[in-house]
Design a protein around this ligand. Structure first.
Ligand SMILES: NC(=O)c1ccc[n+]([C@@H]2O[C@H](COP(=O)([O-])OP(=O)(O)OC[C@H]3O[C@@H](n4cnc5c(N)ncnc54)[C@H](OP(=O)(O)O)[C@@H]3O)[C@@H](O)[C@H]2O)c1
Length: 313
């Protein structure tokens, strides 16, 4: 396998890249007489605040036949039911994780269920280099010639506690796993996604990245970074009709990660991660371009409340 060379970048006249003159100029009428001056400030156009989402009580999963979907953290609490359901709906799933035996067990389970044969991608994001992500792209290109979606679900929690007690090296690992890896994968796989008729990238955020709080350390900071990454990408792909970007804030779910952050809580009160799967499937293949670039609070979605807002303000 050969590594992709760096994506070349040529500055263009794209106004989004520059902090040029403001797009709306407010004209103040000046007169020789001292009449009162009226400044008309027109409100910015209001974007539709919510997008159609499936009914969590009666989801009808989209057909994923012929689609190739990469799920990172496919051995995790959220990633596993998502990967299984993608396969159940017809997708060929690229199962990413760190531990080969766990990936093999998931592979066997999907094959035993009679679904399309998945592929496994063992890669420790804490050690991954740019060339590794390039190799992933080369391998997918040669094996499938397509990629229709990425769900970024892998995450490392690290140690929670005061900043002064946090290890610098542990932060670097968090930055690599939670932030650099989603960027490196998306960047390397973007040319393949661009060839698909309808491709989707779904980032998984956390409340602690949206509203950082004490003691959440590098996890909260890297999740804030992923939110920024999702916003940048959604803005960059705004006029790419076949490329959609969304971000999901899962809220508390009954997963191993939650067990580590809240060891004393009653886990029976938390939703199973599988309940979020229909939302992810919808974002992978049931959504139109016009409905994309949304940030979705899964807890509010499950509760039937207002749950989405634009990713890009
Ligand atoms: N659980 C919650 O309540 C909650 C709340 C808000 C947001 N989230 C977000 O939801 C997503 C899924 O979380 P989860 O609850 O499913 O977590 P989880 O059960 O801990 O799963 C995390 C996944 O990330 C993988 N991973 C960890 N370190 C890695 C590394 N160095 N390289 C590659 N992969 C690595 C794990 O692989 P291994 O199997 O090899 O360890 C596992 O597959 C995450 O993005 C998380 O931030 C979760």
């Amino acid at each position: 396998m050969q590594a992709l060379s760096q994506l070349s970048y040529t500055p263009t006249a794209n106004p989004k890249l520059y902090t040029g003159p403001p797009s709306r100029t407010i004209r103040v009428a000046t007169r020789a007489v001292s009449a009162p001056r009226h400044v008309m400030i027109r409100p910015a156009p209001v974007r539709n605040l919510s997008v159609p989402l499936p009914d969590p009580a009666r989801p009808s999963p989209p057909d994923l036949a012929h689609r190739v979907i990469l799920v990172t953290g496919a051995t995790g609490g959220l990633g596993e039911p998502l990967a299984r359901e993608c396969a159940a709906q017809g997708a060929t799933v690229v199962l990413h994780g760190r531990h080969l035996p766990r990936l093999e067990a998931l592979y066997d389970a999907i094959v035993a269920d009679g679904h399309a044969e998945p592929v496994i991608l063992p890669l420790d994001f804490a050690k991954a280099e740019a060339a590794d992500f390039g190799n992933v792209a080369s391998a997918l290109e040669s094996q499938f010639k397509r990629l229709d979606g990425i769900v970024h679900a892998a995450a490392m929690l690290g140690t929670l506690g005061p900043i002064e007690q946090q290890s610098f090296d542990a932060w670097l690992a968090l930055l690599r796993v939670n932030l650099a890896a989603p960027m490196g994968l998306t960047r390397s796989l973007a040319p393949l996604l661009a060839k698909a008729p309808d491709a989707a990238v779904v980032f998984t955020l956390d409340d602690r990245g949206i509203a950082p709080r004490a003691y959440w350390g590098g996890y909260g900071v890297t999740k804030a970074g992923v939110a920024a990454l999702a916003r940048e990408l959604a803005d960059e792909w705004e006029s790419r009709p076949n490329l959609r970007v969304n971000a999901v804030v899962p809220g508390p779910i009954r997963s191993p990660l939650r067990g580590r952050t809240h060891p004393g809580e009653d886990r029976a009160r938390l939703p199973e991660p599988a309940r979020l799967v229909p939302l992810y499937l919808h974002l992978l293949a049931g959504q139109t371009k016009a409905e994309s670039a949304a940030l979705i609070e899964a807890r509010a979605w499950l509760d039937g409340g207002e749950s989405s807002r634009p990713l890009v303000a």
